[in-house]
Design a protein around this ligand. Structure first.
Ligand code: NAD
Length: 482
């Protein structure tokens, strides 16, 4: 078990350093348990990290692809060897069930394996020139010093899907994780460091977003920022980056729809709705918080969903019987409960749940909530809540369902449950989202394919899979007279 009272330090230029102060992460399943103590860095430490990364870049960006491959593979194998131990840490620090947390650690390992392979597959293009006797070579080069800013909900896989491609393509990194899950981030960095990453290539600065993240976004010496988090924070970062023209990749909030048509396999549709809306405590950017249900089955669907919700076991994340762990923090729980009031105030019916509940330990446990009679203009259907709260909207037919699904500022993920091939194909082509799921939950993406959204959900090139190269490299066109 990793819970220890050793203070976890920042990694700057290859040294573990003290910070300005110390903060603790607490187990949301048991508020009497401190998971870790971490140092909080400073803007000066950000500057030092950037300088170290800049120095290291000259050698690392031209290092052997085999060296990078081998380092990433060593990271993957340690993650796999320690999947249960690290899964427990993720579960204790973030609150997702042990099953979900262990799967996330395995996913992080898969990502490192994938990008280890990508190190050996960096390609260019050779084209004929319009000028006789001239050849054109198009190659990719590492972008430079990359700032990585990550959220708390996917504490090891999101850092993995940014760090692995950054290293694979020869970049140096300054990494700032969300405070709530800093210990998980620290252990990942420790593993990468011991896998043989040279001094200065990977730097970790833990602490507050307003201090550390903001110093990164404002720095003229960072070549790119890859951010995952809320749309509000993303827009602040984008404003700060604009001053120096820093390249940006941002994955942000969602208000994802799941459409259920009358011809759907009802058991499958109910499974998809429960998984999409409530698993991982609804704290997934791809969670479906809007259930758009065709009139003919609406009443049946709502009632059947409530029956299933009654069977969900909420409790300590390490308890094997638990289906849904706690909400991550007091602030997030307050926000969820505030939206329960807002929804009722707007005239939606609270059909099930929506209150704080007691567990066997003192934690942030909440009964998942279902609103019915919601209209899509309501705040509960337009604003990201980021908790186990879903609202059902009744629609007359498929055409209205599609129109409601697209009536949002966000565009991350969208799903439809139907047996009608024509509707499934039409939805796939016309829903304004980066990810579409047919007869599947809206959450749950593969690790080797592009991930990202549209509209207020995303900015810049896609993450993951072979698309990652777009952000982490820059293209060079060379003309050669032979
Ligand atoms: P957040 O925006 O509050 O914080 C994200 C990160 O930004 C944290 O590390 C935080 O410290 C940092 N930060 C805060 N203020 C900053 C500033 N002024 N400058 C620079 N950095 C700053 O988000 P969160 O609460 O940690 O995570 C939940 C959000 O993340 C939700 O909106 C969710 O939808 C989103 N998310 C999106 C995806 C995706 O791929 N689209 C994936 C996971 C989570």
């Amino acid at each position: 078990m990793l819970i220890t009272m050793i203070v976890l330090k920042n990694l700057i230029d290859g040294d573990w350093r003290e910070g300005d102060s110390i903060f603790a992460s607490t187990n949301p399943s048991n508020l009497d348990e401190i998971v870790a103590q971490c140092v909080s860095g400073s803007a000066d430490q950000v500057m030092e990290s950037i300088a170290a990364a800049k120095t290291a870049f000259a050698e690392w960006s031209h290092s052997s692809i085999l060296l990078r491959h081998d380092i990433l593979m060593r990271v993957a194998s340690e993650l796999r060897e320690r999947e249960v131990e690290l899964g427990r840490l993720v579960s204790c620090e973030q609150g997702k069930t042990l099953r979900e947390a262990t799967a996330e650690v395995v996913r992080a390992a898969q990502i490192f394996e994938f990008f280890a392979g990508e190190c050996l597959r960096i390609q260019g293009e050779k084209l004929a020139s319009v000028r006789p006797g001239v050849e054109v070579d198009i190659t990719r080069e590492a972008l430079g010093v990359i700032g990585l800013i990550t959220p708390w909900n996917i504490p090891i896989a999101i850092p993995a899907w940014k760090i692995a491609p950054a290293l694979a393509y020869g970049n140096c990194i300054v990494f700032k994780p969300a405070e709530l899950v800093s210990a998980t981030a620290w252990h990942l960095v420790d593993i990468i460091c011991r896998a043989g990453v040279p001094q200065g290539v990977l730097n970790l600065v833990m602490g507050s977003g307003k201090v550390i993240g903001s110093a990164m976004a404002r720095s003229p010496d960072i070549d790119g920022i890859s951010f995952t988090g809320s749309t509000t924070t993303g827009r602040t970062i984008a404003t700060n980056c604009a001053e120096h023209g820093t390249k940006l990749q941002m994955e942000m909030g969602g208000k994802n729809p799941l459409v259920v048509l009358a011809d759907a396999d009802m058991d499958l549709a109910l499974d998809c709705a429960i998984d999409s809306a409530f698993f991982a405590t609804g704290q997934r950017c791809t969670a479906a918080s809007r259930l758009i249900v065709e009139d003919a089955i609406h009443d049946y669907f709502v009632q059947a969903l409530i029956e299933r919700m009654k069977a969900i076991k909420i409790g300590h994340a390490l308890d094997p019987a638990t289906d849904i762990g706690p909400v991550v923090s007091e602030g997030q729980l307050e926000q969820n409960l505030r939206y329960i009031d807002i929804g009722q105030g707007e005239g939606a019916t609270l059909a099930f749940g929506g209150s704080r509940i007691e567990g066997t330990t003192r934690g942030y446990f909440m009964q998942p909530a279902l609103f019915s009679s919601a209209s899509n203009g309501m705040r509960i259907c337009q604003e990201e809540i980021f908790g186990p709260v879903a609202a059902v909207t009744r629609v007359a037919d498929y055409d209205e369902a599609l129109q409601v699904a697209n009536d949002t500022q966000f565009g991350l993920s969208a799903g439809i449950c139907t047996r009608n091939l024509a509707c499934a194909m039409h939805f796939r082509r016309n829903v304004a989202a980066g990810i579409v799921a047919v007869n599947l939950p809206t959450a749950g993406a593969d690790f080797h394919v592009p991930f990202g959204g549209r509209k207020a959900s995303s900015l810049g090139p896609r993450e993951q899979g072979r698309s990652a190269i777009e952000f982490y490299t820059t293209t060079k066109t060379s003309y050669l007279r032979c």
